[in-house]
Each structure stands twice: as C-alpha cells, then as structure tokens.
Design a binder for this molecule. Structure first.
Ligand code: PRP
Ligand code: URA
Length: 219
C-alpha cells in the first residue's frame, strides 16, 4: 500500500507548517531560530495529532451565567520525547497542554550499524492508563521509533501515537510494518535515505542543530 494511503499515516498539509519546515531545512538557520522552529512546528503538529482527544463537561461560570463546558483531562495524556532531538518538541506540546506528564526514552543510533542503543528510560508508572504521544523530529530507518514503541509497550502503554517532523519512506514503511495500528503523524515525507541513513533532503542532524553541537551552527 502507498504510504500516503496508509490509514494510520497522516502527512500534514498546511502552508505555515511547510514554511517552517523549509526554514528548518535551510542550513543557514542557526541554533536559536532552529530550536524555536521545532517548538512552533510541534505546536502545529500537536494541534492536529490531539484532535481526537475526548473532552468532559465541567461547570464554569461565565460573567453571565453558569454553564457546562468541554475540558480536556490533561492527566490522561503523556508526552514521551526520544532523547536528544525529541526534547525540542516537548516545549511546544506542553504549550498546548500545560502540566502534562512527560516520560523520557534515551536512544542514539550507532554510527556503524545504524541500530538504536538505549541509554535511558523513565516513564510514569501509570502509563497504561494514558494516551501516549511519542515525539521525535526524525524518522529515518525507523529503528529508533520502533524500539521506543517496544519500550513503551513493555512498560504497559496501550494507546500510542507517534509524532515526527520529517520522515523517510523507508522509516514510515518499517514503522507501519512493525506497528500497523499505531497512528503516525508527520510534517513532511522526504525522498529517501542516503548511504549514512540520513534523510534527503532532510535537515541534517536534528539533535546537533537543536543543541548546537556542530561547529559553526550557534547564533
Ligand atoms: C536521531 C533522531 C532519531 C533517530 C532517527 O537521533 O532524533 O532518534 O536519529 O533515526 P532512525 O529512524 O534511523 O533510528 P540520534 O541517534 O542522532 O541521536 P540524538 O538525538 O541524540 O542526536
Ligand atoms: N537523524 C537525524 O538527526 N537526521 C537524519 O537525517 C537521520 C537521523
């Protein structure tokens, strides 16, 4: 099945989102602006990804009268960034739902094998009761996202959505094959991976660009 037609894959299509992702791709965009753009893109993507959230009615009082109005139960949600680059997305998500619980999964890609290596995991003990939003800006081979979902499931997570900014077709296919029932929300679907498993055209190393760990990228 073509990726674009996969029932669980949503490729967002909004001019503002596209504009901001273009600025992320631009190699002249320095750390400060890059970090802000990741935050802004996360807000736009999060807004879409959270549109299925259930609301309950709560009594409030307007200046005119009492009224039952819809509210989101933030305790039912959990954001889980994959370190490092996923950290850049949390701030934006927390602007949408302030005070929401966050877990953290630390993975890095081995430079030679491209396989993810786990180095950290801290998740809420009641994760099985939450709607979990896994965050990582880059879906390249799919190895990290697939491993992160395995870790979430091992800790009991039942309802998971993965939000990513730029994805390669190879990663989307691998993810959908591993977890055909987990919704995947992405900002852009790129052309392919290169021989180092970097996304093309992509934006380079997202963690390095967020945290300024490449020489000459800070502003
Ligand atoms: C990047 C990115 C993803 C992973 C994607 O992290 O943030 O976690 O690569 O690649 P994959 O789909 O092939 O697994 P990286 O390993 O560079 O670690 P970092 O965030 O600490 O820089
Ligand atoms: N990780 C990144 O940060 N960028 C890529 O293109 C692939 C993996």
């Amino acid at each position: 099945m073509a990726i674009k037609n996969h029932p669980n894959v949503t490729i967002l299509d909004h001019p503002l989102l596209k504009h901001k992702i273009t600025k992320l791709r631009d190699k002249t965009t320095k750390t400060n602006e890059f970090k802000s753009l990741v935050r802004e893109v996360s807000i736009l993507e999060g807004y879409e990804a959270l549109k299925h959230l259930k609301t309950t009615l709560e009594e409030i009082e307007t200046p005119l009268e009492k009224s039952m109005e819809p509210v989101v139960d933030r305790k039912s949600l959990c954001f889980v960034p994959i370190l490092r680059a996923g950290l850049g997305m949390v701030e934006g998500m927390l602007e949408l739902v302030p005070g929401c619980t966050c877990g953290h999964i630390g993975l890095y890609r081995d430079e030679v094998t491209k396989e993810p290596v786990e180095y950290y995991c801290k998740l809420p003990s009641d994760i099985s009761e939450k709607n979990v939003y896994l965050l990582d800006p880059m879906l390249a081979t799919g190895g990290s996202a697939i491993d992160a979902v395995r870790i979430l499931k091992e800790h009991g997570a039942k309802r998971i959505t993965f939000i990513s900014i730029i994805a390669a077709p190879e990663g989307v296919e691998a993810f959908c094959k591993a977890y055909p029932d987990i919704p995947l929300v992405i900002g852009a679907l790129d052309r392919c991976l290169d021989e180092r498993a970097y996304i093309c055209p992509g934006l380079g190393d997202c963690g390095d660009r967020i945290f300024g760990t490449t020489k000459g990228t800070t502003s």
